[in-house]
Design a protein around this ligand. Structure first.
Ligand SMILES: NC(=O)c1ccc[n+]([C@@H]2O[C@H](COP(=O)([O-])OP(=O)(O)OC[C@H]3O[C@@H](n4cnc5c(N)ncnc54)[C@H](OP(=O)(O)O)[C@@H]3O)[C@@H](O)[C@H]2O)c1
Length: 336
């Protein structure tokens, strides 16, 4: 029987939290490659919060996903066929490819992954886009100095975990904010965070006052909303606020009016700066090298939450918004 290619399409634009019916599994023939192209078998695919923004149908820094087309995200896969001399059959690559069993590429959007350096799944997490986001956002914008207090929200996620650990390498007092006690215990006991706050069970402002007795010098903001409003009350003179993500707002149809922070920024001579990891594409090699070294020598630890089966990718994606994941959320599509 002919083997088919399953792929996940976006069939309607979500309102509020995405639902399974916004997605559909479609069957097609396995694509044939032309001169210069490669056929890739997906091993892991990544679900990422930013994909929610692309489902809105509005252009931001990236084009929106088209309806009734395959969703595109981070994939690690193996080259099955090649008509491109730069790639060999059996090589492992990472790139933006379809949520599908098989994808075709001309190679320009791929980087090779060396399986002997680290498990290949890490190319989508700690030694991939989320790790780079933490590395450049914290070091380039946050500029943490020895003895300073660094607060990170979304602390038990793919980006947040790495932020906290790099801040510890820099000798900072690190406070992580996450949504369960189990996540927070992991951050403290395994990753060396100094303090943690469970934003679902604690009064965040009171908890920050206790855990940040010297105020906040760097705030790495992954979530926005009420949590970030609370942190802003404690920022120090010349604090740096790194705007990485606002997941608390991604499913809102109408943006909430928050407190106006401008005066606070003036009074504390603070810097608030947003960024997109792709701004650092020219320095990607530097970031991947350093992150790879830290993972290999055990300086940086990581966790992954892996759901099995391409058909469960929508469920994995939706779960990001209720905190189902600890560390990087991946979908295992096929086996090495
Ligand atoms: N600027 C960039 O280039 C860039 C690149 C990558 C990621 N990002 C952003 O960075 C953030 C983290 O991304 P990630 O890949 O590391 O995801 P992640 O943290 O691994 O997963 C999302 C986590 O967000 C938390 N969350 C969900 N809804 C929330 C809410 N309403 N309030 C507070 N926390 C909530 C959940 O953990 P809890 O259990 O703690 O609620 C969930 O596990 C996202 O905002 C993402 O868009 C930005």
């Amino acid at each position: 029987m002919e083997k088919l290619n399953r792929s996940i399409h976006l069939v309607s634009r979500p309102t509020g939290v995405p639902k399974p019916e916004n997605f559909q599994l479609i069957l097609n023939h396995i694509p044939k490659i032309k001169e210069g192209e490669l056929l890739i078998r997906t091993i892991y695919l990544s679900v990422d919060p930013y994909m929610r923004g692309r489902m809105r149908g509005i252009k931001t820094y990236a084009n929106p996903f088209e309806l009734n087309e395959v969703l595109i995200g981070g994939v690690v896969g193996e080259i099955l066929e090649t008509k491109n001399p730069s790639f060999k059959v059996g090589e492992i690559v990472e790139g933006r490819l379809g949520w599908a069993d098989y994808s075709v590429s001309n190679g320009s959007n791929l980087r090779k992954v060396a399986p002997r350096l680290a498990p290949i799944s890490t190319a989508l997490g700690v030694v991939g886009m989320p790790g780079l986001t933490a590395y450049f956002g914290l070091l380039d914008i946050g500029k943490p100095r020895q003895g300073e207090t660094v607060v990170v929200s979304g602390a038990a996620g793919a980006v947040g975990m790495v932020v906290g650990q790099i801040a510890k390498i820099r000798g900072c007092h690190v406070v992580g904010i996450a949504g369960t006690d189990q996540k927070n215990q992991y951050l403290k006991n395994e990753l060396g965070f100094d303090e943690t706050i469970n934003y679902k069970t604690e009064n965040v402002l009171e908890a920050l006052e206790k855990t940040c007795p010297k105020g906040v010098d760097v705030y790495f903001d992954n979530v926005g909303g009420d949590i970030s409003d609370a942190v802003m009350n404690l920022i120090n003179f010349q604090a740096r606020i790194v705007l990485c993500g606002q997941i608390a707002e991604y499913n809102q149809e109408k943006l909430e009016m928050g407190p106006r922070v401008h005066r606070k920024l003036i009074h504390s001579s603070a810097l608030m700066q947003g960024f997109i990891v792709s701004n650092y594409v020219q320095r990607q090699e530097e970031g991947l090298k350093q992150l790879g070294e830290w993972v290999n020598d055990g300086t940086i630890k990581y966790r992954e939450t892996i759901i099995k089966g391409l058909e469960r990718a929508p469920q994995a994606f939706i779960g990001l918004f209720s905190g189902e994941n600890i560390g990087k959320q991946l979908v295992k599509v096929s086996y090495e």
